[in-house]
Design a protein around this ligand. Structure first.
Ligand SMILES: *Cc1c(COP(=O)(O)O)cnc(C)c1O
Length: 400
């Protein structure tokens, strides 16, 4: 009898009980807006910012309505405006070029490597074309950050990090989001902490963060922020920075605070699952695992592998055979965007020249979520199913 996986790839864990209790307390007091506080009370949103700044080692933190708002706020606070060009990864998800489009700017896409990171050679070739790089640590893969920062610093390019998939991760011991001028995080359901929607922005730059706080919709109440720059930093920016509402509320912040405390433990649980899948797919003809550099302290909430050089119909056959056995894989090589698997040439608002290296990688790139509701046994079973189906298709293709 062939085994079938019965779990759900989109089912996250419940909100921890202390998060539920904190959410109930906010609902009972009715003060959900972050600036609506009783005398002497500190808003949950302000506490969350203080705690996330401490966790990442950043001087400043701002909680916002989504990861997308974190990115548009960082771009605006860095002076990006209509018609400007912004370097970014060709291999990322739609909210990244979407954030660039939201400020009227135009992405310049940079090739991806087989390690699924930005291609530093292509970045070096294109670096003169823009003053800002919106760097996406897509699916949690982190490039050589020292090399990237040296290149960008040498050319005066401001780096903004999209850390939607790297909350809790680090490169050489430095937290993801701490290399660039801004680090942007998402607290949306499918990321490393879950408040349904939400985002966090970190920075050491007082002027940039003052602009970001005013941009987020602070109505001159910026002195209520506990992880914001000192009042002087706002003097120069408060009259000239528009108030573009994108705040986080106290209910979401209350749900997130206990999850932040559990993040290191959750990261270890994710990585244990990743290692089980990785071990189960090792040494299989036709399948390449993604090499992870020793310096990369990743948090693996998803898993990718490559079927390099495979014909599209063979990749499709693997996906459909796995799906028949309950294993939901996504393919980044599909010509039409399906679910989240959109690719640079499907973002037609952002004209792109052909990117042959990225095309070759995406043509064989398979992706799946690894929610913490999966046990280690589930992960071993998933790997067995993928292994069997990849081997079956590989052998039948070889026979042709
Ligand atoms: C989810 C995501 C974001 C931003 O997410 P929001 O849904 O706006 O919170 C940014 N970048 C990547 C790569 C993402 O997957």
């Amino acid at each position: 009898m062939t085994e079938r996986f019965e779990g759900s790839f989109t089912q996250q864990e419940p909100i921890p009980e202390d998060g539920i209790a904190a959410a109930l307390a906010v609902m009972r007091n009715g003060r959900l807006h972050r600036y609506n506080t009783a005398p002497g009370e500190i808003a949950e949103a302000a506490l969350l910012e203080e705690e996330f700044a401490a966790l990442t080692g950043a001087s400043y933190c701002l909680a916002v309505a989504s990861g997308g708002v974190a990115m548009t706020t960082a771009l605006r606070a860095s002076g990006v405006g209509p018609g400007d060009r912004v370097l970014s990864n060709a291999f990322t998800l739609a909210p990244v070029p979407g954030a660039i489009a939201a400020v009227g700017a135009v992405p310049v896409f940079v090739e991806a490597t087989e390690a699924l990171t930005i291609d530093l050679e292509d970045l070096a070739a294109k670096i003169g074309q823009a003053k800002v790089l919106l760097l996406s640590h897509m699916r949690g893969h982190i490039c050589d950050m020292e090399a990237l920062m040296a290149l960008c610093d040498a050319h005066g390019v401001t780096v903004i990090e999209d850390c939607a998939h790297t909350m809790g991760a680090h490169w050489g011991g430095v937290q993801s989001g701490r290399f660039g001028r801004f680090g942007c995080f998402s607290t949306q359901t499918y990321k490393h902490v879950n408040s349904g929607e939400g985002g966090l922005l970190i920075s050491d730059d007082a002027e940039g963060m003052a602009r970001a706080i005013v941009l987020s919709g602070s109505y001159m109440l910026y002195d209520r922020h506990r992880a914001g720059p000192p009042p002087e930093a706002f003097e120069a920016v408060k009259y000239e920075t528009p108030n573009i509402s994108g705040r986080m509320d106290n209910l979401r912040a209350a749900i997130l605070r206990p999850q932040l405390r559990a993040l290191p433990e959750q990261a270890a649980r994710w990585n244990a699952r990743y290692r089980v899948v990785e071990a189960g797919l090792r040494d299989l003809a036709g399948l390449s695992l993604i090499q992870r550099p020793a310096k990369e302290g990743f948090v693996a909430s998803s898993f990718q592998f490559l079927l390099p050089g495979w014909e599209p119909q063979a990749v499709r056959a693997v996906l459909s055979r796995c799906l028949d056995r309950g294993v939901e894989l996504k393919w980044f090589g599909a010509p039409e965007p399906v679910g989240f698997t959109s690719r640079y040439d499907s973002w037609r608002y952002a004209p792109a020249s052909p990117l042959p290296r990225t095309d070759a990688v995406l043509a064989g790139l398979v992706d799946m979520r690894l929610p913490l509701t999966f046990s280690l046994d589930d992960c071993a079973q998933i790997a067995r199913i993928i292994r069997a189906e990849v081997a079956a298709v590989w052998q039948s293709e070889a026979a042709i």
